[in-house]
Design a protein around this ligand. Structure first.
Ligand code: CP
Length: 327
């Protein structure tokens, strides 16, 4: 039987489909109860430590609001104000924070370090470690995306989902969202197309794992560098480019890549290649204008706000099961 209490939530790849189904069931139940204003005190007086190495709007607030709604307390920790900035190691931080509460959640996206940091904490903490995004994975986002797809489409099997992203390890940026989606969606029988310009390859192990996940679960996984091909006949499109890099004044590369790849943008014209009832998804924040036209993100095919809203319900499900649940 599945034991959820104290189970780390670092990547959904380490959760079985049955366990993910339970997470989804609980998410839908919590959503329904939230709408009906039914109390859900599943984590009464429990405390989660939320460590953030980076900024966040959705992740931080869905966790904080979610834990309050479950009867507990979220302790927000800006890591630049912690002794981590003086070199305190993951083990010491994890053991001590774990002794004060019932779960530790962490966002650490430093390239090549974020996942290692989480794994180090998980090796030593006696409470569940929840990944709020690292350099490799963003399981909270992928779970909310799956919930949103299940809500909007009758079935996930044979759904054509195109992840049209342009991030790459070669540029030392987190690839956590497209990577997590590439691994998760084929496990639900979807036909996943990962599209990116040449030179923006996913690591080989991701491709191999995604293909294996597809083979085992009746989905497919393919790669294309042709954006039009990715849009054509898609049920769901999830496009992104380098827009968010541009907002970082230290990052000159984003502007250069945007200039070189002007076509790598979601437009009404591209959306017209997809199925008539195709949906547009984006984890947000979106760089309006550079990566998507306003008429698409604000248009009838966009489900970005529902997707973001579901972050609340899935975050609550993860906390309720790993910090509470049956031992
Ligand atoms: N999608 C997402 O993780 O949003 P935030 O960076 O605002 O948390």
């Amino acid at each position: 039987r599945s034991v959820f209490r104290n189970k780390d939530f670092i990547t959904l790849q380490e959760w079985s489909v049955e366990e993910i189904d339970t997470l989804l069931d609980v998410s839908f139940d919590l959503k329904r109860k939230f709408a009906l204003e039914i109390d859900t005190p599943y984590l009464n007086n429990k405390v989660a430590m939320l460590m953030f190495f980076e900024e966040s709007t959705r992740t931080r607030n869905s966790m904080e609001a979610g834990l309050a709604q479950l009867g507990g307390h979220a302790n927000f920790l800006d890591t630049s104000t912690m002794q981590i900035s003086h070199g305190e190691v993951a083990k010491d931080t994890a053991v001590i924070l774990g002794s004060y509460g019932h779960g530790i959640a962490c966002r650490n996206c430093f390239w090549g370090e974020g996942n290692a940091y989480l794994r180090d904490m998980a090796a030593h903490a006696n409470v569940p470690i929840m990944n709020l995004q690292c350099d490799l994975y963003h399981p909270m986002q992928a779970l909310a995306d799956l919930m949103t797809i299940k809500e909007k489409k009758e079935k996930t099997k044979n759904l054509n989902v195109s992840i049209i992203w342009a991030y790459a390890t070669s540029h030392k940026k987190p690839i956590s969202v497209p990577l997590s989606q590439s691994l998760l969606f084929p496990r639900y029988g979807m036909n996943v197309t990962l599209a990116y310009p040449e030179g923006f390859e996913m690591p080989d192990w991701v491709i191999e794992q995604a293909r294996e996940n597809a083979e085992k679960n009746g989905g497919t996984f393919k790669i294309t560098h042709d954006m039009d091909e990715a849009y054509t006949n898609a049920d769901i499109v999830i496009p992104k480019n380098w827009g968010s890099w541009v907002s970082d004044p230290k990052d000159k590369l984003g502007s250069k890549l945007l200039e070189e790849n002007k076509d790598w943008k979601c437009t009404e014209e591209k959306m017209a290649l997809a199925k008539e009832d195709a949906m547009y998804m984006h984890a947000l924040p979106a760089d309006r204008g550079n990566e998507v036209e306003d008429s698409v993100i604000d248009g009838p095919q966009s489900i970005v706000y529902e997707e973001a809203e579901n972050r609340l319900h899935t975050a609550k499900a993860v906390m309720a099961l790993t910090m509470g649940g049956r031992g």
